[in-house]
Design a binder for this molecule. Structure first.
Ligand SMILES: [Zn+2]
Length: 143
């Protein structure tokens, strides 16, 4: 018989409590497939929007007057895409969901993300509720 060591003395349940203050300040976002994509210190809905495509703008590189956002992105690099804009073209370096490869955002310079001045997140690409399907998603629709 192996010797059984009692762990009752070291596993006080109160020790494992997360610090509420730091956890509450961060928002977690998921792809619609349920994959974790983004944790950030401010709600996406509270961030400025880009006029051209309504994407949420995450400031990656701070300036004296505008601090950078604190965030972590879990995504894989997609293709560089050329988008037609009024008065010219725009190159987008895409970020894809690592599980379902849905495009979730882009930046204007080659990766890595921290080298870009801004990170853009497509409107409606991410949700704060993991594994929850909108109530009307399974209802039949008239096409
Ligand atoms: Zn996904």
């Amino acid at each position: 018989m192996p010797k059984v060591v009692s762990r009752s003395a070291v596993s006080a349940s109160t020790d494992a409590q997360p610090t509420a203050s730091s956890a509450a300040a961060l928002r977690v976002y998921y792809c619609i497939c349920g994959e974790f994509i983004l944790v950030i210190d401010k709600s996406l809905s509270a961030l400025p929007r880009r006029k051209t495509d309504d994407a949420s703008v995450i400031r990656v590189q701070g300036t004296d007057s505008a601090p950078a956002r604190v965030f972590k992105l879990n995504a894989v690099a997609g293709d560089a895409v050329l988008i037609e804009r009024e008065g010219g073209h725009e190159r987008q370096y895409r970020h894809l969901c690592p599980r379902c490869t849905l495009p979730i955002g882009y930046q204007s310079t080659p990766l890595p993300v921290k080298s870009a001045p801004f990170l853009y997140v497509f409107p409606g690409a991410l949700t704060q509720m993991q594994g929850q399907v909108p109530q009307d998603a399974l209802q039949p629709r008239n096409s």
